[in-house]
Design a protein around this ligand. Sequence first.
Ligand SMILES: *Cc1c(COP(=O)(O)O)cnc(C)c1O
Length: 224
Amino acid sequence: MTIAAHITSLRKRIPQEVQIIAVSKTKPIEALLEAYQAGQRAFGENKVQEMLQKQPLMPPDTAWHLIGHLQTNKVKYIVPFVSLIHSVDSFKLLAEINKEAMRIDRKVECLLQLHIASEESKFGLSFDEAHQLLRSDQFRHFTHVKVKGLMGMATFTDDIQQVRREFLQLKDYFDEIKNTYFADDVKFDTLSMGMSGDFEIAIACGSTMVRIGSLIFGERNYNH
Ligand SMILES: *Cc1c(COP(=O)(O)O)cnc(C)c1O
C-alpha cells in the first residue's frame, strides 16, 4: 500500500475531530511530500536537527510538531516556526520557550508531557509536578507560551488493560487540570495520546490528537 492509501484508510478509522499527526522521524523528504500530497499537513519529528533539515524542503503550510525530548539549548531553532511542542517536561524548558518566543514576539503552543507509563525511561512530569508548574507565579507571567493540553505515552506492552488504565489516568489528569487552571479557556483542548499500536484505545479514552508513524510510513529501521 502507498503512503496515500495508508492515510486514507486511517482517516476512515479515526473520527474527524481527532487530529492525526504523521510522525515522519527517520523518513526521507519524499515520504513526507507523498503524505502532504494526500492532504496531510501536520508532521511530527522527535529531533530538532531532523526537523530543521526537513522544514525548508516542505511547503510553507506544513505544521511542525515536536514530539521528542527537547533540550533547552535547541529551543531557539524551532521557536520561529514550530506549531506545537508536545514534550514540555520541565519548568526550565517552558521558561526557555517563553524567553525565545518573546524575543521574536511569537506565542508558541505547548503541551505538558506527563509520565503515565510504568517504564522508567520515558520523559515527563508527574501530576504533582504539573500542578506545581501551573500554580507558580512565574507561570502566570509566561506571556509567550500557550499551554493547550497534555501529552503522554502508555507503557510499551501487549497488556491492553494496562494501556487503557494509563490512558484513562491521563484523561483524568487532563480533566482535573482543565477544571483547576483552564476552566474558562476553550483553547485548552488538546490531549495528545495514541500511536500506531494503541491509537484506538487512546481515542476510546478521550484522545483528541494521535501521533502515527509506522502505520503511515511503514516500519522504521531503528527505534527512536
Ligand atoms: C515515534 C513516536 C510516535 C509514533 O510511533 P509509531 O508507533 O510509529 O506510530 C509517537 N509519539 C512519539 C513521542 C514518538 O517518538
